[in-house]
Design a protein around this ligand. Structure first.
Ligand code: KG4
Ligand code: ZN
Length: 384
């Protein structure tokens, strides 16, 4: 090889080992509910680094209805998706328009997209966008389960977060408490892409329960952050505000949950209490305490039963400070040797970095789907 060619090939080789499956740049797309999101991550070995993470939230639009209106969400996704993808690529330093014929520089190796579970009209926007980009750019696609995405938020490099004392070196078996607006599950993860659902909610999801409780107390949407904010106010108020709510299924022999009874108990309590409007912080704190106690108790029980080496928290409700704190204390006190991992706040609620992270580990295992076969599935289950 002549010297000029050798120098040139070395320059490119040092930029990116293109044939190495352990080093990949993934574009993630997420539109399963009311956030239009795109992100670019670089995976290397067991770690994922976020190069860009863009989320266009529709919260303000849905707030006046007290919940997500599917048709409105889908229409907003259509308006937002291309600007959001463009911004994610630009922020990651990827030149656009991308062509199928990359000429050096940072490249996208694969596109990861959420195919379900979620609102089908919302999912379709992300799925069709991923199909189109895959065809135009000649890139492979990985079809990601939204819940798996939440789990993989724990694999995003997070050196700053105090909670993530494992610095992302996750050991298996890992036990995941995954809690969001749409699902509540305890999952045993025995390896990448290997899951066993140990228990789930029999009725409302944890986030859904927070949202409904906030609606009953008339403190706004989304309910999780509103309940948490009111509960925090209790600390500086009189203890007389204290009220008592049940801990549903706390001592049941399985790993299931139930939250609709807790919400109904709150409804009956405020119906009986003429002064309830003056006690909102007390009701919010008690509701949060009841939900957190059950979630933490069952997580520890499952971790002990299955000898989990790593405990992970994921999903929108993982942003709850009380839950993060209580779980951290319980892991420290009751699970000797097990490590806890909690994603940074911005990777708890819906985002595309987590989808790209899950996509990276799938791409490593060559779990690609031909774009022609990519399909949204509103009821997609978490399977191996
Ligand atoms: O994961 P996510 O963004 O969307 C779904 O996949 O559902 O989760 C949204 C849910 C909402 O129900 C919201 O109320 C809840 O997460 N949430 C919280 C907090 N932040 C968001 N719940 C409790 N405390 C919070 N700080
Ligand atoms: Zn979610």
């Amino acid at each position: 090889m002549n010297q000029r060619l050798l120098r040139r090939s070395l320059r490119f080789a040092s930029f990116a080992p293109r044939n190495d499956n352990d080093y990949m740049i993934i574009l993630g797309i997420e539109t399963s509910c009311d956030e239009t999101a795109a992100a670019v991550v670089r995976g290397n070995s067991e770690k994922v680094e976020v190069l860009s993470n863009v989320v266009a939230s529709q919260i303000e639009i849905h707030q006046k209805y007290g919940g997500v209106v599917p048709e409105v969400a889908a229409r907003e996704h259509v308006l937002n998706i291309l600007p959001v993808v463009n911004e994610a690529l630009e922020k990651a330093g990827i030149k656009i328009p991308l062509t199928p014929f990359d000429k050096g520089g940072k490249k996208i190796d694969a596109i990861a997209v959420t195919i379900g579970p979620g609102l089908v009209t919302s999912l379709l926007v992300g799925v069709e966008t991923a199909k189109t980009l895959a065809y135009a750019w000649k890139k492979p696609v990985v079809a990601v389960n939204h819940i798996e995405g939440h789990i993989y938020a724990n694999f995003i490099r997070n050196d700053k977060c105090q909670m993530t004392n494992v610095k992302n070196n996750i050991k298996f078996p890992a036990l995941i408490l995954t809690v969001s607006g749409g699902h509540t599950m305890l999952v045993l993860m025995t390896g990448h892409g290997e899951y066993k659902v140990l228990g789930e909610t029999r009725d409302d999801a944890a986030g859904e329960a927070f949202d409904k409780a906030a609606q009953l107390l008339n403190i706004g949407y989304p309910g999780g952050p509103a309940i948490a904010a009111y509960a925090a106010k209790l600390k500086v108020k009189s203890k007389k505000l204290k009220v008592s709510l049940p801990r549903p299924m706390l001592n049941s022999s399985d790993f299931d949950f139930s939250f609709s009874g807790l919400k109904t108990a709150l409804l009956y309590a405020i119906q009986k209490d003429k002064q309830w409007k003056k006690k909102i912080p007390g009701y919010a704190a008690e509701f949060q305490a009841a939900a957190v106690e059950v979630l933490v108790h069952k997580t520890i029980k499952a971790a002990l039963t299955y000898k989990a080496k790593n405990i992970m928290l994921s999903g929108g409700v993982a942003a709850n400070t009380e839950l993060r704190g209580q779980l951290e204390a319980a892991v420290k006190n009751k699970l000797s040797g097990a490590k806890l991992s909690i994603p940074e706040f911005k990777y708890c609620t819906d985002n595309a970095a987590m989808i790209a992270a899950a996509g990276y580990f799938m791409a490593k295992r060559k779990k690609f789907t031909p774009w022609q076969k990519l399909k949204a599935d509103a009821n997609l289950e978490l399977t191996n």
